[in-house]
Ligand binder design. Structure first.
Ligand code: UTP
Length: 291
């Protein structure tokens, strides 16, 4: 019988070098889009889809992420004293969103290595991996879309998007049999192909539903790799050993780990906001700009 997905692993131990100097002392996952850190959008999306355990793979200087999801008795006490009930309930809600587990990645050896750090906590269950710096504006959410494919096939699923040919060499690309316009049975993956070599236009984005056998594969990959452990290599092995699907999710994706992606997310989420000050006044402000 198909197992229910209860756990999500979010690697947040990267150095964020594309967003320096902002990310020198501040984790990029804590950068704020309108009024919430990026990581909170990601966690809330997972929780809304029934994920109970959030495993954050953190590293050096990422303490702020742990504190954000922890209780803060002093802050709660002060808010209560000042009668700020709304802020108080929001702060309490945050720490009880899910069961948070933090594991450390001692060295930033890549997202594949970070996922491997969660092996003992995930145990032998299928699980979700999402990166801590990508947010997707979609209805239903990307997590809900991915879970519905998992419920249908009961096997590992990768999220993919069609990208322009000239952009393709930035990504891991899937190749395989098209099952429907949005779904492919993956036979192999190619990391950063040239536009001529690319076997398809579908690039992998970091929302994966994975069978726990990925851990043994990552371990074997780790043994051979000198530097970073690429998750694409491990997924390639998974595609050979088991059924692996790629789903072209719908929605707008923002890579907030880059300056441009972060700015786009800020504008998009501010315009979505119903709050008078942010939504309405910001829209008016943008309209007046002489671009
Ligand atoms: P990125 O490759 O986008 O993160 O990894 P990075 O290495 O921090 O970014 P740049 O290229 O230096 O700017 C995607 C996710 O994986 C995590 C990151 O924190 C991010 O959420 N990650 C990355 C790890 O947990 N460990 C790593 O060794 C690398």
């Amino acid at each position: 019988m198909q197992k229910q997905i209860r756990k999500a692993v979010i690697p947040v131990a990267g150095m964020g070098t594309r967003f320096l100097p902002a990310t020198k002392a501040l984790p990029k996952e804590m950068l704020t889009v309108v009024d919430k850190p990026v990581i909170q959008y990601i966690v809330e999306e997972l929780v809304a889809s029934g994920i109970e355990q959030i495993i954050l793979v953190t590293g050096y200087y990422k303490r702020a992420i742990e504190d954000h999801f922890d209780r803060s008795f002093e802050l709660e006490y002060r808010l209560k004293e000042k009668g700020k009930e709304e802020a108080l309930s929001e702060i309490r809600r945050l720490s009880s969103l899910a069961k948070f587990i933090f594991v450390r990645q001692p060295e930033p050896l890549g997202p594949g290595h970070a996922v491997l750090m969660a092996k003992e906590v995930v145990n032998h269950e299928p699980f979700i991996v999402v990166f801590g710096d990508e947010i997707v504006d979609a209805d239903p959410t990307r997590t809900a879309q991915m879970l519905s494919i998992y419920r249908e096939y009961g096997k590992s699923v990768l999220s993919v998007r069609q990208v322009e040919r000239q952009e393709i060499s930035k990504y891991g690309v899937v190749a395989g049999k098209q099952i429907s316009p949005d779904l492919m049975r993956v036979e192999r993956l190619v990391e950063k192909p040239t536009p001529e070599e690319a076997p398809s236009d579908y690039a992998i984005f970091a929302h994966y539903i994975l069978d726990p056998k990925i851990f043994d594969i990552l371990e074997a990959t780790a043994a051979g790799a000198g530097g970073e452990i690429q998750i694409t290599d491990a997924l390639n092995t998974l595609a050979k050993e088991d059924e692996l699907y790629a789903y072209a999710f719908s929605g707008e994706l923002y890579d907030t780990g880059t300056k441009l992606g972060f700015l786009k997310a800020t504008v998009a989420y501010a315009l979505k906001n119903n709050d008078e000050e942010v939504g309405t006044a910001f829209r008016e402000y943008l309209k007046k700009l002489d671009l």
